[in-house]
Design a protein around this ligand. Sequence first.
Ligand code: 5RP
Length: 229
Amino acid sequence: MTTDEMKRAAALAALAYVPEGAIVGVGTGSTVNFFIDALEAIRGRVAGAVSSSRASTERMARLGIPVLDLNRVDDVPVYVDGADEVSARLHMVKGGGGALTGEKIVAAMSRIFVCIADQAKKKAVLGAFPLPVEVIPLARAYVAREMAALGGRPVLREGFVTDYGNVILDVHGLTIADPVELEGRIDRIAGVVTNGIFARRPADVLLLGTPAGVECLTAQHVETLRSSD
Ligand code: 5RP
């Protein structure tokens, strides 16, 4: 089974989490593109979508899926998004596609976060994937020094500007032992807009495409891990 087939299987499984008549939060990336394509077939059964990025908005518009202004929506029953890494506790590293700020906002508003990914994204410890940090351009060098002080090796994503006019530092070499703590610590650095650790608001459900089918991990499973600590 190819990676794309695993991504597609996870994306199709996420349709079961979309309630009839609901507004669906839509993430960004190649896995989410499979979800958007599947959403087209049921677009009459949803009230519309809210989008985490310009790229997803454009794809949905092309397919005739109505995209609503997030500022006019106060309830997002379900948010479907991919990840660059995801742990057994449903913490994630995201932002490989550079859409981390929009993703974090829609995730924060959502009642259920469904993460869709192929099996290669599941990691025992987060940090092998360089951590994206969106930074106000004025603060680029300062934030890079602060990330180096945290033990990382920041690399500017060349030629890339986010939907909000900012730059991204991809921080290599971090071992993210305590994702909740590190997410808060990086967010407190002046000039940081968003960092790609999604741990304070983790996923509620992980749908992981594997050659044997789609595995499902839920928040209940995370509770079991916690009680065995
Ligand atoms: C974009 C993201 C994506 O969810 C993440 O990069 C995974 O992408 P893909 O589904 O293409 O592997 O966070 O900012």
